[in-house]
Design a protein around this ligand. Structure first.
Ligand code: XMP
Length: 185
């Protein structure tokens, strides 16, 4: 599809402004500095959505760290069949290292819960989780992130790395699309 209009025109409602995101990232950077600033951690961005958040976050961290990426999707429901399909695995050796998983949004919790298990299984000394957004109303598993930027209601959001059908990741704020756009897909 070729369109030339701004993705901003597709937004019905802003859920988090650029200033609110900046404040949240700043606060999270402070919390991480306090907790892992002396541990030379590995920050692992969960692709694709976390690429903007991770880029902003690490530029506010003034201590030695390494960066890696993973890409995974959760499948199945409930505790028996639930699982994680890993499309891109770690490239760094995390054995004995302190890891912070950095994700865009915590929804059902299945993806991050699975990733924590996976990284723990690789011998990490500790695994923490940091999410820009949290939709607590959607949780289906017993999981909470260690660091949360902004709690949001149960709405499907785009922008700041988050997409709908791979678009709108480049919006600098987070918003909800006009309803007719979801329906036209
Ligand atoms: P779970 O449910 O495992 O999934 O916590 C987290 C992943 O689901 C995606 N997700 C969203 N993507 N807008 C998006 O663009 C949303 O509102 C949304 N809610 C969940 C996202 O990939 C996230 O990493």
């Amino acid at each position: 599809m070729t369109t030339t209009h701004s993705p901003r025109e597709d937004i019905a409602e802003v859920i988090a402004t650029e200033a609110e995101i900046r404040d949240a990232v700043e606060r999270l950077a402070g919390e991480l500095t306090e907790d892992v600033g002396e541990l030379s951690p590995i920050l692992v961005g969960v692709l694709n959505g976390a690429f903007v958040f991770l880029a902003d976050l690490v530029r506010r961290l003034d201590f030695p760290l390494e960066i890696d990426f993973m890409n995974a999707s959760s499948y199945g429901e409930g505790t028996v069949s639930e699982g994680l399909e890993i499309q891109t695995d770690l490239s760094l050796d995390v054995e004995g290292r302190h890891v912070v998983l950095v994700d865009d949004i915590l929804d059902t919790g299945q993806t991050l819960q699975g990733l924590v298990r996976h990284v723990t299984g690789r011998g990490a000394a500790s695994v923490r989780t940091c999410c820009l957004l949290d939709k607590p109303a959607r949780r289906t598993v017993d999981f909470e992130a260690d660091y949360v930027g902004i709690e949001i209601p149960d709405r499907f959001v785009v922008g700041y790395g988050l997409d709908f059908a791979q678009r709108h990741r480049n919006l600098p704020f987070i918003g909800v699309l006009r309803p007719e756009l979801y329906q036209s897909q």
